[in-house]
Design a protein around this ligand. Structure first.
Ligand code: SAH
Ligand code: MG
Length: 210
């Protein structure tokens, strides 16, 4: 088994919200991005336990790129107690809040990706306002509420370079399948005239900046 295949197999076993085929699509498109432009700077919004970071990190390692994996690590609304995606094993008993950072760290260490997957711990907008590096690849998979998703779109997409990749997760054209905001920001990216869609796998959309 190649290192890339090993990492994909490992990513499948990591706790998180990424179907196998969409995760493999992440690796594949990130590999394309990194092959065209090696040593790129990549960032994902929404790290959770490191599942998508492993899929993207596999491609980062192969192309000598660096992936910043950003999260405040306290979960989104739908991850909190009483909601659909609550996981009591991720609650820190000290303060009763979700804390996915230790699990994220364990994942990246076990994957041996610490040299190219770097955690950024904090609120997305705060980090964005102090992050000047242009992005060759941006993956948006953070909070799915209206305000949070639009804030991610407005703060992070302008940093994508010409020819760079924008990937958006949980894009559901049919409201019966899931919430609106990721779909709305996907449409906004297309309407901006700056991005064109190049691929779709499940709820993952791949766009490129002109
Ligand atoms: N990509 C992950 C899933 C991410 S779930 C995977 O592959 O499994 C969405 C994540 O976004 C949660 O971990 C939540 O803590 C984070 N999040 C939500 N709003 C945020 C914000 N405003 N700033 C930083 N992280 C946020
Ligand atoms: Mg998602």
């Amino acid at each position: 088994m190649t290192r890339l295949d090993e990492l994909i197999a490992f990513a499948r076993s990591v706790k998180g919200f990424m179907p196998d085929d969409e995760g493999e699509a992440l690796t594949r498109h990130a590999l394309a991005a990194g092959t065209e432009r090696p040593q790129g700077t990549w960032l994902e919004v929404g790290a959770w336990c490191g599942k998508s970071a492993t899929y993207l990190g596999a491609a980062a390692e192969a192309t000598r790129s660096v992936l910043y994996s950003l999260d405040h690590h306290h979960g989104s609304e739908e991850n909190q107690a009483g909601w659909e995606h609550f996981d009591p094993s991720l609650v820190d008993p000290t303060d009763g809040r979700l804390n996915t950072l230790p699990t994220w760290q364990r994942t990246i260490a076990d994957a041996k990706l610490e040299h190219c997957v770097v955690g950024l711990v904090g609120p997305s907008v705060t980090v964005a306002e102090h992050f000047a590096q242009p992005l060759d690849l941006l993956f948006i998979d953070g909070g799915h509420g209206h305000e949070v998703a639009w804030a991610d779109y407005e703060h992070w997409t302008p940093k994508v370079t010409s020819g760079g990749y924008l990937l958006i997760h949980d894009v559901f054209p049919d409201p019966a399948d899931g919430g609106r905001p990721p779909y709305e920001i996907f449409l906004a990216a297309l309407d901006s005239g700056l991005f064109t869609e190049t691929a779709a796998v499940g709820s993952l959309r791949v766009l490129r900046r002109a």
